[in-house]
Structures are given as C-alpha cells and as structure tokens.
Write a protein that binds this ligand. Structure first.
Ligand SMILES: C[S@@+](CC[C@H](N)C(=O)[O-])C[C@H]1O[C@@H](n2cnc3c(N)ncnc32)[C@H](O)[C@@H]1O
Length: 381
C-alpha cells in the first residue's frame, strides 16, 4: 500500500472507445509537473488495471458506465469500501478524481492519420513521450484559431498560410481543423526555407490525400501567393524570421495573423550601450527585456498598419517559455495612428535602436497594402 497516493501523479483517466472488435481503451495519466502519459490499451489490460492495479495506487476509483456508477474508496488504514454497482452497464469510463477531462480539439482518434505520419503518435495512437509538449502546443494554438475564426465563417472557402512551417505539425492540424471540423473548403500553404522538411511534408500530404494542403520551399519574404490570405499562422519563427512573417502577412493583406515568436535577440543586440544600462548589465534580464519589448513593438507596428492587436499567453508558461502569441485582426475602421507613432518614437529613443519590423514595414505613412492583383474574395476572380 506504500504507493497509495503517489505524489507525482494527479489522476488517471481511462476512456473506452470504439465497439465490438474495435473496442480500445485510452489511458491518460496526468502528472503534477504538467506532463501527461498516454497509452492505448486493449480492453482486457484496461479492465485489469481498473480492477487489480488502480486500488493499489489511488485512494479513490470511480467507474462510470452509461448511467451506472461504482466507487471504490480506500481508507487511510487501507480498508476498501465499495458503493454502487455496474450491473447491466455496457461501456465504462474510469476516473480516480471527478476533475473534468481535457477536451482537446485534435486527438489521436480524430487526427490519427496525419499525427502518425508526422511521428507524433505511434501505430496504436499513443503519443510519443517526446512529442507530448508539441501535441499540447498545437491543440492550444488550435484553440486560438477557434477563438478568432468566427469572422471567417461567412466565407465559402479559406486560404491559410503557415509561414516558417518547419516540420508542419501545426500546418496539418490547422488545415484539418478548417477542412474537417469546420467543414470549410480550405487551401493551405506551408512555407519554409528548408528543402528537406518541405519535401517530407509534401510527400505526407499527397500520401494521405489531404486536399488543398501544399508546401513551398522559399523565403517567406519572397512568397507571393495568387490571392490574399484569410489567415496567416506562424509558430516559433526564430528571431527576425517572425518580422519577415509579420511583414509578409501585412503586405499580403491577411485578415487575421496569429504569430508565436521566439528567440527575440535583435533588439538586445542593437540596443545602444548606455541606454537602459540598469537592465542590460544583467544578461538574463537584458534578454527577457528585449523579448518583451520586441513583441510589444511588433504589436504596436501592426496596429499602426491597421490591425487590432492583442497579446496573450497561448499555452501554459510551464510548458514552454515561448508562449506569447500576437493576435492581429484587420481593422477596417482603423483610427489615425499619430499617437501610436509617438509611442514608437519614444520607445526607440529609450532603446537607442529600431525594431527590425520597422525596417520591413514602412511607417508612419503605411496603410495596409492592398495589392492590385489580389482579389479580396477568391471566388469573385
Ligand atoms: C523553430 S522552427 C519552427 C517550425 C514550426 N513552425 C514548428 O513550430 O515546429 C523555425 C523555422 O523557420 C524557418 N525559417 C526561418 N527563417 C525563414 C524565412 N525567412 N523564410 C522561410 N522559413 C524560414 C526555418 O527553416 C525553421 O524551419
């Protein structure tokens, strides 16, 4: 009984899914450090765990099956008490605590093909330990897309770009979300400089027959699609790559931009020695300060370019420190920008440096660029 109430484990949830010969069980063990260990079990192994192993590990086991409930409570002296019954029940869900189960948009069950092809899950649908954090980040990013996409719902079709897509876990997931969950005709293009990842992702998309999903090997600043994008997404484009992403998104006339920057070094490098020395003499504080200031000025420059901008934490900071998201939505009734220009000038004076994005997007006279060859609605071309 020494394992009773393992301090590292919060709870385990076992969910049965499928039926007949396809019946399987998914076990999710939520750890106190935020990790989640997932396994796909045979029904026999799951039942064995519930009936013989769980009582040694947990003080409380609740089994829900249809409208039937059985609870097993182990007292502090190790005495078991059973209440309820499962007689007549057909399916069962086991929990050791009544906490609500996490409802991710993308799961191994609904996105199994591409999650396996991208190496996030194994053949049985188990998420590889090393990919758990990525899996959660992608789901959190999808929640942000879900939050901002209502204005796009009136459109017949969606054109999305993932700039600096890398291995493209997010690209596949976001394309799947619009096409399969929201049932929108979707065209998605992932753009990255690396030929090997573009080749791999193109192969996977073709093999899985993912209609409308393609990849281009190119510098994002040179990529000029035929139509203006409805949404531009970008996850962890390093340092000034995020500035190329944002400037491209603005210049292409994106309606919505969701960008999660990382490794914001440029302002830290360029800040004038002597300015803000009380911070920059501590390297770690200088780096954190440069990150915050860079993203604040990116948000400001997007506002100057006609977007309504919010900055949020898109995922748990304990999951990754790279969790800041810039959310920009084109604001057709944008007000004059004189006050924001003033703010930008004051920041630049304080730093003794310009944010790189300023060199890519002309301010103060910049307006959201409407390129003459870009029809605003693809269908009206
Ligand atoms: C840290 S990875 C992130 C990849 C992916 N979004 C993810 O979250 O897994 C950054 C990617 O940006 C790409 N990249 C950097 N600068 C770029 C540029 N100017 N144009 C296109 N891709 C670029 C790199 O090749 C790399 O694949």
């Amino acid at each position: 009984m020494s394992k009773l109430c393992d301090k590292n484990i919060k709870k385990t949830v076992i969910t049965f899914f499928g039926d007949g010969e396809g019946l399987k069980a998914k076990s999710e063990t939520f750890m106190r450090d935020g990790k989640c260990i997932q396994k796909i079990l045979t029904p026999d192994d799951a039942l064995d765990f519930i009936t013989s192993k769980a009582p040694d590990i947990y003080r409380q086991t609740d089994v829900f099956a249809g409208n039937k409930t059985l609870s097993l409570l182990i007292s502090s002296k190790g005495v078991p008490h059973i209440t309820g019954s499962l007689e007549g029940a057909k399916t069962a869900v086991y929990e050791d605590s009544p906490d609500k189960k996490k409802n991710y948009i993308l799961t191994p069950e609904n996105g199994s093909d591409f999650l396996f092809a991208l190496g996030i899950t194994d053949r049985t649908g188990r998420i590889h330990d090393k990919k758990q954090a990525k899996y959660r980040q992608i789901n959190k990013f999808l929640e942000q897309i879900e939050a901002v996409c209502p204005p796009l719902m009136q459109k017949d079709s969606i054109f999305m770009l993932d700039l600096c897509c890398g291995k493209s876990y997010l690209t596949f997931a976001a394309h799947w979300y619009f096409q399969t969950v929201l049932k929108k005709k979707t065209v998605t293009v992932g753009v990255d400089l690396k030929p090997d990842v573009i080749e791999t992702c193109t192969g996977i998309s073709r093999k899985l027959g993912m209609e409308g999903l393609s990849f281009v090997c190119m510098n994002v600043s040179e990529y000029k699609p035929e139509f203006h994008p409805d949404i531009v997404i970008s996850l962890h484009a390093c340092d000034i790559a995020t500035d190329y992403v944002l400037s491209s998104a603005v210049n292409l006339g994106a309606e919505i931009i969701l960008s999660t920057p990382c490794c914001q070094h440029q302002l830290g490098r360029d800040m004038k020695p002597g300015n803000l020395d009380f911070i920059s003499r501590y390297p770690i504080l200088k780096q954190k300060f440069a990150s915050v200031v860079t993203d604040a000025l990116r948000a400001l420059i997007l506002e100057i370019n006609g977007y309504s901008v919010t900055v949020c934490e898109f995922t748990d900071p304990e999951e990754t420190p790279k969790n800041i998201m810039i959310r920009a939505v084109k604001n057709r009734s944008a007000r004059p920008v004189a006050d924001k220009m003033q703010m930008l000038k004051e920041a630049e004076t304080l730093l003794g440096a310009e944010p790189f994005l300023r060199t890519l997007l002309p301010v103060p006279d910049a307006k959201p660029l409407v390129l003459p060859n870009y029809p605003t609605e693809r269908n009206k071309k």
